[in-house]
Design a protein around this ligand. Structure first.
Ligand SMILES: Cc1ncc(COP(=O)(O)O)c(C=O)c1O
Length: 473
């Protein structure tokens, strides 16, 4: 991260204050200068999206929106295929993979095009050579996609699912996160360390590289659910040290629905010099690759060869990636982080520190997703109906599209486990990092700082939320 993310509360001079969208709040001079330089560009870029102008859309984490040039190429590709359906690809898949690999800091043999993150994660996890008694070490803050894959592998192969507690307090640090996971990894037993980055329910980024190092020392494979990683951040996949990274085409990357990517480390790298784990291809048409899980071939090509895809999608995904390159991935990453920090800080100053459900200070743990709860009383913050109503009313009455919900007792801990009762429906089923005792967090509301949003959008949302909370309590 090359720029300071956290807003400092240094009072700016009158000139700088005038640049801010709020009139009487503390804004750092550095912040004011950043937004003065960059906000005009992103306000202009926002015009490239055909999002409904009646709704302020804070949800790239659910689904992004194709920018106009990408949408045009997608439509043109669909027309082309309808006219001449016989050729399999409108652009050779090797060329698309080349474009994407170069943009994401890796090589084409390590990049496969998939149908979405769920698909990519399933290919990775189901391809690992599991044995009864192997252990998956996983966070309790996973998305239903990751939860169900882990539980299916446990049921099918006799694999043990172990959880760890993710330090998620306002002042929690990457060092604490690393210590919490280090405590739970068992060399020789932990087969896979699995986590999302950023985490879906709270928006906390994980220190991927440092976790990869711990796993490598323990001889464990790393699998990351990166649904919110590419497109939001500047992905440096070969530098991550991760073995398998599942990525999304249609969220922060703003490509077409039904597109995703799987990074499979395919050689010993400086960031990960461990031997390649055996890996079975559960979906491929390639007859040339080994059938016994051994390695040493172009795994990206083999995983991308399956039937006749709708290749207008694939080309449009390549175009979305190339557009991000043209704008500058660091520039986009910085925007997500800076506007995300602005959003987070506005929530904190309006509803208090406890309203933001994730670490707030360590720059390594920040992202453009903010999990929060604006209600003042603990019982309100865990009341599923109240919080679901809040989301539908903030859309219906104020025009803001946000999301929310945690998996509660329907996650990794579930009936007949008696501990499931400790996780109220809709809350985040975290555990204490030291004792592993249930430590449920509140029902999360989720907002995103997207490329089409601005500080004015955030300010209007804060005012609307204050108004609605007052009406509902
Ligand atoms: C962490 C995480 N993983 C996976 C998914 C599913 O994404 P996809 O539609 O790309 O399969 C989501 C969707 O929100 C998510 O938040």
């Amino acid at each position: 991260m090359d720029q300071q993310v956290s807003r400092r509360t240094v009072l700016a001079g009158a000139g700088a204050l005038a640049l801010a969208t709020r009139s009487n709040a503390a804004v750092s001079a550095e912040d004011a200068a950043y937004f003065a330089a960059e906000e005009p560009f992103f306000l202009e870029f926002a015009k490239e999206f055909t999002l409904d102008p009646k709704v302020t859309y804070f949800m790239a984490a659910q689904k992004g929106s194709m920018p106009k040039p990408v949408l045009a190429r997608m439509k043109e590709g669909l027309d082309h295929v309808a006219r001449d359906p016989f050729p399999v690809y409108v652009e050779p898949s090797a060329k698309i993979r080349e474009r994407i690999a170069a943009a994401y800091g890796t090589t084409p043999d390590q990049i496969a095009i998939t149908r979405n993150t769920t698909d990519a994660l399933t290919l990775a996890m189901m391809g690992i050579e599991w044995k009864p008694g192997d252990e998956i070490l996983i966070t309790p803050l996973e998305h239903p996609t990751g939860i169900t894959i882990a539980l299916r592998i446990a049921a099918r192969y006799g694999v043990v699912v172990r959880q760890w507690g993710v330090p998620s307090l306002p002042r929690s640090s990457a060092d604490e996160v690393v210590a919490a996971i280090e405590r739970r990894v068992v060399p020789g037993k932990t087969k896979v360390v699995f986590f999302s980055s950023p985490l879906w329910p709270t928006g906390m980024r994980m220190p991927e590289r440092r976790i990869a190092e711990i796993a490598q020392k323990a001889g464990a494979i790393t699998v990351v659910d990166g649904a919110h990683y590419n497109g939001m951040f500047d992905p440096r996949l070969d530098e991550s040290g991760i073995d398998f990274f599942a990525l999304c085409g249609h969220k922060w990357q703003n490509g077409p629905g039904g597109t995703g990517l799987l990074y499979v480390r395919n050689r010993e790298l400086p960031s990960n010099p461990t031997p390649l784990p055996r890996f079975h291809l559960v979906r491929t048409q390639s007859r040339e690759v080994p059938f016994d899980g051994s390695r040493g071939y172009d795994v990206g090509a083999a995983l991308s060869l399956y039937g006749f895809p709708e290749s207008a999608d694939w080309r449009a995904l390549g175009d979305a990636v190339s557009l991000w390159d043209k704008i500058g991935r660091k520039r986009i990453e910085t925007w997500h982080l800076r506007l995300g920090a602005y959003f987070r800080d506005r929530i904190v100053e309006t509803f208090g520190e406890a309203a933001v459900l994730r670490p707030q200070h360590d720059p390594a743990l920040q992202s453009g997703i903010i999990g929060f709860n604006p209600f003042p009383k603990p019982e309100q913050r865990r009341d599923e109906k109240l919080n679901v109503d809040f989301r539908s009313r903030i859309l219906r009455e104020y025009g803001f599209r946000i999301s929310g919900l945690g998996v509660g007792s329907n996650g990794l801990t579930r009936k007949p486990d008696p501990e499931a009762a400790a996780f109220p429906s809709g809350t985040i089923p975290n555990r204490d990092p030291a004792t592993l005792a249930p430590a449920p967090m509140d029902h999360p509301q989720r907002v995103n700082a997207c490329v089409w949003n601005s500080r004015a959008d955030v300010d209007r949302f804060i005012d609307a939320t204050k108004d609605l909370v007052a009406k509902m309590t």
